[in-house]
Write a protein that binds this ligand. Structure first.
Ligand code: PHE
Length: 331
């Protein structure tokens, strides 16, 4: 009876060991058969009550079984170890030919994007990029630009006053940079001054209390409106497309003479006003010590918000400051 048990046990062990898939399972199985309280020891224990001859025979069989099983366990242990190594290797393998994982580093705001583009185009035309303070004095923002204290043009640009007594306000335009630049530099020169400006106005889809401008200034000998038109047409061709049409319309700004507004024609044939400009007024030149008989030039003020809206098809200027990522991630 013990013999049959041994045979069955042997078959059962061989069956079970084939189904093993991990070292842990193998270990458990080993303990079940060959452990201190395992099946095999149970057989050895039960021998005590048998007659000697029978005992010897079964003990010999049981020892054979034990040795075979030990061998089998060792084989399977090596096999499983190899399998495990293989899968670990597969998992940890680095395929150096795969494209890298994309690291999100953010991106430029559409306004900054267009500002950089504007700077790039003018830089390639020999313009120096300069910046100025957002808190301005009344003198630079208005008076030096021919807009004296009682000039009605002050009302055209309702201001955020910081300290009216001291004459401090948030600049309503980048034009004060014309004055600041001309005080420090002697012609000939070309500069572009981008930045934020502020107006105390009601907001709607095309007006915000803060927006951007890029002031341009070129002073040299024998500069005329024709030079301006050529430079600015070149700029728009490069910002939009080579066939873009522009149009100059007479307008009034106190610090230029003559002054104009510039329009570009959109896809639908509509004329859109995109900037103010003009020949720098001789009074302004005189104020900064430049002889207007010898030097002349043009100044202009671009609206990056407006240009970005046209270029990217944005229909509401307030989106720029909405912090809406669904909007911002499109650029
Ligand atoms: N500063 C003017 C404005 O904000 C634009 C302008 C700039 C006009 C330079 C002429 C020359 O409306």
């Amino acid at each position: 009876m013990e013999k049959v048990n041994l045979k069955n046990l042997k078959l059962k062990a061989e069956e079970e060991i084939k189904k093993i898939s991990s070292l842990k399972e193998l270990d458990d199985l080993y303990r079940f058969y060959l452990g201190r309280k395992g099946e095999l020891n149970k057989i050895f224990d039960s021998l005590k009550i048998l007659p000697l001859i029978q005992r010897k025979k079964i003990a010999a069989d049981a020892n054979d079984f034990k040795n075979n099983l030990n061998k089998l366990f060792k084989e399977y242990k090596d096999l499983i170890k190899k399998e495990v190594e293989k899968t670990v290797f597969k998992m940890e393998r680095i395929d150096v030919s795969r494209p890298g994982r994309e690291v999100k580093i953010g991106h430029w705001h559409p306004i900054i994007k267009i500002q950089r583009e504007i700077e790039g185009i003018f830089e390639s035309l020999g313009f120096e990029v300069v910046f100025g303070p957002e808190i301005e004095t009344e003198y630079y923002n208005f008076t030096a630009l021919n807009v004296g204290p009682d000039h009605p043009a002050r009302d055209m640009q309702s201001s955020f006053w910081i300290d009216e007594k001291k004459g401090l306000l948030l600049r309503t335009q980048t034009s004060p940079l014309q004055i600041r630049y001309m005080e420090k530099n002697f012609p000939p020169f070309r500069m572009i001054a981008p930045g934020r400006v502020f107006r105390y106005e009601a907001t709607d889809a095309t007006h915000d209390i803060q927006f951007y401008q890029a002031e341009g200034l070129m002073i040299d000998k024998d500069i005329s409106v024709a030079n301006f038109k050529s430079v600015i047409h070149d700029f728009f061709r490069r910002l939009f497309h080579p066939k873009i049409e522009i149009r100059l319309v007479p307008s009034y700004f106190p610090f230029v003479e003559p002054g104009f507004e510039i329009y570009i024609r959109d896809k639908n044939g509509k004329w859109l006003e995109v900037m103010g400009a003009g020949m720098v007024h001789s009074d302004v030149l005189k104020r900064v010590g430049i002889n207007s008989g010898e030097w002349q030039g043009f100044a202009f003020g671009l609206g990056p918000d407006r240009l970005a809206m046209i270029k990217y098809g944005i229909n509401d200027i307030r989106l720029f400051h909405s912090s809406d990522l669904r909007f911002l991630h499109q650029f």
